[in-house]
Design a protein around this ligand. Structure first.
Ligand SMILES: Nc1ncnc2c1ncn2[C@@H]1O[C@H](COP(=O)(O)OP(=O)(O)O)[C@@H](O)[C@H]1O
Ligand SMILES: [Mg+2]
Length: 359
């Protein structure tokens, strides 16, 4: 099933009130700037506890409003009568599951497993390495929420070590470097095995959808190279310690890892056309959704924001056929745009100036 309804209060440009979502497919149709993406952002917020468009929760509050709330009712196989809310009041955000405060966003993951396809995704292909790390970390976190703790532990130690470097407390440095090495290797191991498993889905999928002869593979390039033990990593860290001290920051580690796409030994994404980069990013999301459903046996909810717009009709069909079975799917379209076959169990809304009109 998925979301049954959502109720807004002071969220972006969306009108206050409740919207029925009780269908397998939900179509949002409207001109640009009317609130379609805002609507999907609210659903994503309920799933992840944060937005895909902004890091500032304040941005989500309707201009002129002092508070914001999004309440939802949902139904999943694990949770037949779920209630989840995100509230922003007096400068702080709170998340409530059945009325009870959720203290750690990690607990939210997988309650409503959402995979989103949005415009900003094109940065996964040609954007900075940070975007690919973020994508792979999200894929891992959805697959196994415990990974969130591993990455948090690494980031905390990194921050502490950087603090030591800046304040030049060199006595403690070795101790922190060792901790950092061990926490970082844990992250690195997870990323490495993920890349391998993810690749078995991504590579054939990209070949099918792109129609390219050559295979494109995703390769993991850890910043610590092939060092596999804390001792080996410590050696690397020690070698660069003077540089780290001079710059006041840790120059190597999982925060500098790279994921690259190789075709015939070449860096594919770097030389790809804009169209190829978009397709690559789109396929990464499909692979993310499939990886999630294959490894957990659960069906995700899919939010597809304007994605079909970029594809010609044969690719559209290819793309849609390759999506995994979903608990619920949301699509956005421009008026008059070809939507393809609309199923029986569906709802269509016209979105105009923040108001949803059922069609
Ligand atoms: N915090 C906010 N309060 C009120 N309106 C907002 C806020 N943030 C964005 N908007 C408005 O929302 C609209 C964008 O909506 P969006 O969902 O991106 O449109 P689209 O239908 O093209 O996806 C813009 O008109 C923008 O001015
Ligand atoms: Mg939009």
């Amino acid at each position: 099933m998925g979301f049954r309804s959502v109720r807004f209060h002071g969220f972006r440009n969306l009108e206050d009130g409740e919207v029925n979502l009780g269908a397998h497919e939900v179509y949002l149709i409207g001109e640009n700037g009317q609130g379609k993406t805002n609507f999907l952002e609210a659903l994503y917020l309920l799933s992840y506890g944060s937005s895909f468009r902004t890091r500032q929760d304040r941005d989500l509050v309707a201009w002129g409003s002092r508070e914001m709330a999004v309440h939802s009712r949902f139904e999943t196989p694990e949770e037949p009568e779920g209630r989840l809310s995100v509230i922003w009041q007096d400068g702080t955000k709170s998340i409530r599951f059945h009325g009870k405060i959720v203290n750690d966003r990690k607990e939210l993951l997988r309650r409503i497993p959402v995979i989103v396809f949005v415009h900003e995704d094109f940065l996964f292909a040609g954007g900075p390495p940070e975007r690919r790390r973020w994508f792979m970390d999200q894929t891992l976190s959805l697959h196994d929420p415990m990974y969130v703790d591993q990455i948090r532990r690494f980031k905390k130690l990194l921050k502490e070590r950087n603090h030591l470097l800046k304040s030049r407390k060199t006595v403690l440095l070795d101790h922190y470097s060792e901790q950092l090495a061990s926490a970082g290797l844990a992250v690195s191991d997870r990323r490495e095995s993920l890349t391998r498993e993810f690749g078995t889905i991504f590579t054939p999928l990209f070949q099918e959808v792109s129609g390219m002869d050559e295979e494109v593979t995703m390769v993991y390039r850890p910043s610590w190279g092939d060092s596999r033990s804390t001792g080996e990593v410590m050696e690397k860290i020690r070698e660069k310690q003077d540089m780290d001290l001079a710059l006041g920051t840790t120059g190597s580690g999982p925060h500098r890892d790279r994921f690259i796409f190789l075709a015939d030994g070449r860096d594919f994404a770097k030389n790809a056309s804009t169209g190829e980069q978009r397709l690559l990013s789109l396929v990464l999301r499909v692979a993310q959704a499939r990886f999630y459903s294959e490894t957990t046996g659960r069906k995700p909810l899919l939010l597809l924001d304007d994605v079909l717009l970029e594809l010609d009709s044969s690719r559209r069909r290819l793309f849609r056929d390759r999506l995994p079975e979903a608990e619920q799917i949301f699509y956005t379209f421009l008026p008059g745009e070809e939507t393809g076959r609309i199923g029986d169990n569906s709802l269509t809304y016209e979105v105009k100036n923040g108001v949803l009109y059922e069609q």
